[in-house]
Design a protein around this ligand. Structure first.
Ligand SMILES: Cc1cc2nc3c(=O)[nH]c(=O)nc-3n(C[C@H](O)[C@H](O)[C@H](O)COP(=O)(O)O)c2cc1C
Length: 206
């Protein structure tokens, strides 16, 4: 698939077919991930790959606790408003199912330093900026393979609890969970906020 096609076809997928992705395809996708730019030249990234139900349940056990407060907000608020509200209303109840029902879950860990969680400048965030380049490569490579990815950002203590559950070293942080699988047929298409390129470009000055 052409790169521009992969970029335009990439969508966060939250419903998957019950079909296993071959391990070699997962490895190929992670290989695309680790070719991302790296701020320290070290590519200090490690990937925990979960395929069995038991391994997925072990790592995903904290997702339900993380979404309960947001589900409560949803129950109390209007969910048919802006595209953002509609996306939220669709996505939040699927935070667990979009990962447990994915063929594989990838946990992309990055090596942290003292600046990441207490940044003094934008460059303190370089480790997290780099891992997000990896994550985008994984999304685009998955799209090129005809696959889809779900994504969840752990909230509060969720990320460190997952890290402990999969026995990651303490100086590695989890920026998100990635579910990978074959997208279900006729999945809901979420309305996007229109973004016009020409209006985003400022020649010379803003
Ligand atoms: C930093 C970041 C955090 C996100 N967090 C979540 C999340 O926790 N759960 C979720 O379902 N989707 C999450 N998303 C996906 C967005 O909802 C999605 O990218 C957005 O609705 C645009 O849709 P698209 O990616 O399909 O174009 C996140 C995306 C980004 C870039």
């Amino acid at each position: 698939m052409d790169l521009y096609d992969a970029i335009s076809k990439r969508r966060v997928v939250r419903e998957f077919k019950d079909k296993i992705v071959p391990d070699e395809v997962i490895e190929k996708i992670i290989n695309a991930g680790i070719q991302a730019p790296t701020h320290d030249h070290l590519r200090n990234w490690e990937f925990v790959v979960l395929q069995s139900t038991a391994d997925k349940e072990n790592a995903l056990q904290f997702v339900k606790q993380g979404i309960e407060p947001t589900l409560e907000i949803l129950r109390k608020t209007l969910v048919n408003g802006t595209p953002q509200q509609k996306m939220y209303a669709y996505a939040m109840p699927r935070q667990y199912s979009m990962l447990i029902n994915a063929s594989h879950v990838i946990l992309p860990f990055f090596k942290s330093n003292s600046g990441v969680l207490k940044p003094s400048s934008v460059s303190s965030l370089n480790p997290i900026s780099s891992i997000w380049c990896v994550i985008e490569n994984i999304f685009l490579a998955s799209t090129a393979e005809g696959l889809g990815c779900s994504m969840r950002i752990p909230v509060g203590e969720e990320g460190s609890n997952v890290a402990k559950a999969v026995e990651a070293p303490v100086d590695y942080l989890l920026p998100c969970y990635i579910g990978i699988g074959y997208p279900a047929d006729n999945t809901t298409v979420i309305e996007q906020v229109e973004c016009v390129t020409k209006q985003k470009i400022h020649i010379g000055k803003w």
